[in-house]
Structure formats: C-alpha cells, structure tokens
Ligand binder design. Structure first.
Ligand code: SF4
Ligand code: FES
Length: 254
C-alpha cells in the first residue's frame, strides 16, 4: 500500500541555521486511522541538533499535533525511543549530523502498539518487568551483626552492574525478531532484568524468577539474534543475560 506524504515547509524565521534536512514523521491515530502516513517537514539543523530537537522544532513551529514522548533529553528516562532511519534509537541521544543523511525518517518503535504518531504503549513491557520481581527478595532479612547494610565486594557488584543501567526504553524489545512473531514473549528487557536480580548475591528470589522465565513464552523462545544488545543505548547486554540464565536452568550455574 502506498504511504501518503504531506509536505510542509517552515514559515518561521530561524536565527542561526546553517543547514536543513527533510524530517519525515510517521502519523497514525489508533482511534481513527487504518494505516500510518508520512508528513514531511523542512527543518533547520546545526551540527549538534538531535532528532528529538528536530521533532520539537516541528511541534513548536509547524504542527503542534504531533505526538512524541520525551522527558529528560539526556538518555536517562527511556521515553523517546523510536525508529530513526530504520534503527531503534533514542531521539534525544541521536544527532542528525551522525546520520549522514539529508532525509531523516522517524517512526514508532516496532513490536509495541501505537497510541498516536511516535508514542507507543508501554503497558505490556512494564507489566512483564514487574513480573520479574525487579527488587531484592530476602528470605532472611537479618543483617550481619554490627552492620547496617548488606555488604558486597566490588566483584559481587560487577556481576550485575551493567544490567542495572537499564532505563526501560524498550529499544531491545523493538529490535527483537522473536517479539515480532510472539507478542506474549517475555522479551530481552524482562529477561535482562530477571538476570540483574538473579546475579545479585543479596537476593533470594532466584528460584522463583527462574520458574517464571522457564515457560512457553519464556526464555527458550529466544533465537539469539543478538539485536537487543546491539541497539541498547546503555550498554546492557540482554543476549548475554539470556545465555547466563539458561546456564542456571540447565544446571551449569548455581
Ligand atoms: S536493556 Fe537497554 S535497550 Fe533494553 S530497555 Fe533496558 S536500556 Fe533499553
Ligand atoms: S528524553 Fe529521556 S531518554 Fe530521551
């Protein structure tokens, strides 16, 4: 099916523009539209302009109705994930100049229901995250006498540290070919978070978590494509977490 394109050119004066791009934004309203269309806008950019700033320029000056989710603008909140020229990326962390293209296409993340335009529904991902018990489960909460904390060595922390950097942006899930075909699959985000706590020596919830992920839409659905680790903006390696969790389930790890 041909995708309709609507072109708009800025009528505002832009003070310090040295260059411009065509920004193609996917438009879709889940309540009224049967398929997405693209709207095109000419946007002034500087070397440091991010994709999020280009979208906000359009919102502020050309079409305020565009739906986009963002908050921190510094790759911390996980709100602004989207497809940028076909790659799952954070809009606030992607500079236009790094894309080497005068045409930049932004679309909503794959494998999530679209609410409107670039905003997708995170409900299922957050529910799955919650199912993984993303907190320390402690059967015996007694502290070591004379201490006020559960002490860990730097080596203990190193085992789970990278997995604790997850900002729940969903880019890993959007890149996952298994999620594209099995909407009930736990997904790389949930599995990486299960591992984050399983690997924490303060935690007593390993048995429960392993039971949760060892089910029909669970860990064994992963084909190890590895795209989740490739797109993660925070250096989390969900593909490795999945392999390490399988090690526990197969009895290679204790
Ligand atoms: S693992 Fe990485 S890509 Fe996946 S949700 Fe967390 S931060 Fe985002
Ligand atoms: S706006 Fe927070 S991660 Fe991009």
């Amino acid at each position: 099916m041909a995708v309709e394109t609507i072109s708009k050119t800025p009528e505002v004066s832009v003070p310090i523009s040295s260059d411009s791009i065509i920004l193609r934004i996917s438009r879709f309203n889940s309540e009224t539209d049967s398929s997405p269309t693209f709207a095109e806008f000419k946007v002034p950019v500087q070397k440091w302009t991010t994709v999020l700033e280009a979208i906000l320029f359009v919102k502020q000056n050309l079409d305020h109705s565009i739906a986009v989710r963002y908050s921190c603008r510094q790759a911390s909140c996980g709100s602004c994930g989207m497809q940028i020229n076909g790659k799952p990326s954070l809009a606030c962390y992607t500079k236009i100049s790094e894309l080497n293209s005068s045409i930049v296409t932004v679309e909503p993340m794959h494998n999530f229901p679209i609410i409107r335009d670039l905003a997708v529904d995170f409900k299922q991902m957050f529910a799955t995250h919650k199912k993984m018990k993303p907190y320390i489960v402690k059967e015996d909460s007694e502290l070591i006498p004379g201490t006020k904390e559960f002490l860990q060595t730097p080596e203990d922390v190193e085992k789970y540290l990278q997995f604790s950097y997850c900002i729940k942006c969903g880019l890993c899930n959007s890149s996952c070919p298994t999620m594209a075909t099995d909407t009930s699959f736990i997904g790389p985000q949930g599995l990486a978070q299960a591992y984050r706590y399983v690997a924490d020596n303060r935690d007593d919830g390993k048995k429960e978590r392993l039971k949760i992920i060892d089910q029909s839409h669970g860990i064994w659905r992963c084909h190890f494509a590895g795209s989740c680790s490739h797109v993660c903006p925070k250096g989390v390696d969900p593909a490795m977490a999945i392999q390490l969790l399988r090690g526990y389930l197969l009895g290679f790890r204790k």
